[in-house]
Design a protein around this ligand. Structure first.
Ligand SMILES: [Zn+2]
Length: 247
């Protein structure tokens, strides 16, 4: 099959930001040898950008590949693709508001996909959690698998469970955090992991009693533009990457 056409040139600074996002997520303990971040093509909504299949902390702008939403690479040039890129493509298809997607296996989050305790918003930085956190169980539609979202059908099922939420947990696997900007998706991925940690502490401290988490309305108010589009955390993390690379 011929490679799909490109959606057009992307500003070098955006490619640097996307590569930096990968390293930020590694530095913040959200991704390790695995996991990935993508962003929708800035001028072609039916294309997205993500790194070739390498460890997130090693990504450079030259590793970024463009894909169509069926996850066919436009310009792989022999570079390998992440098996789970279908998470990204299928979410972009059904959620035009989402411009960036992070998939990770961050460890504190995983227990919430294994037991019946819902993740709740423990503090204002995780306000987006208050809208609710669905759990995708790949076994329900696909039986026993290798747990990976490695084709379009599995991506469709995952995006369907996520619905209109911005995060979704994946049973015995990991989670996905999305946002209207690259910066907000990174912020949400980081604070989903931090929130999970705080909820474990809270439940241990509270002995199973009630938790005074943010309610849905508080979550909506606290998840305003000052949070997800605010750039203070991003500016810090981006500067830390800039100090370590020559691009
Ligand atoms: Zn995964």
């Amino acid at each position: 099959m011929d490679a799909p056409s490109s959606g057009g040139a992307v500003a070098a600074e955006l490619l640097r930001d996307l590569a930096a996002a990968s390293r930020i997520l590694a530095a913040q303990g959200v991704v390790d040898g695995f996991g990935h971040v993508s962003m929708r093509h800035p001028s072609a909504p039916d294309r997205f950008l993500m790194a070739r299949s390498i460890a997130p902390a090693l990504v450079t702008p030259g590793d970024i590949i463009e894909y169509d939403l069926d996850c066919n690479p436009c310009n792989a040039g022999g570079r390998g693709s992440f098996l789970e890129r279908f998470i990204h493509g299928e979410i972009y298809k059904v959620r035009p508001d989402i411009m960036s997607v992070v998939h990770s296996h961050s460890p504190s989050v995983i227990p919430f996909g294994l037991v019946g305790v819902p993740m709740r918003a423990m503090f204002h930085n995780a306000a987006f959690v208050a809208a609710g956190v669905p759990v995708f169980d790949i076994r329900k539609a696909f039986g026993a698998t290798d747990m990976l979202v490695s084709d379009g059908a599995k991506g469709v099922a995952l995006a369907g469970i996520m619905g209109n939420k911005d995060i979704v947990l994946m049973r015995a696997h990991g989670s996905v955090a999305c946002g209207p900007t690259l910066q907000s998706a990174v912020f949400r991925a980081v604070y989903t992991e931090v929130n999970a940690r705080i909820q474990h502490w809270t439940m241990a401290l509270g002995g199973g009693g009630p938790i005074a988490a943010l309610d849905e309305e508080e979550g909506r108010l606290a998840d305003g533009p000052n949070r997800t589009a605010g750039t203070r955390a991003w500016d810090l993390w981006r500067a830390q990457v800039r100090a370590q690379v020559n691009w």
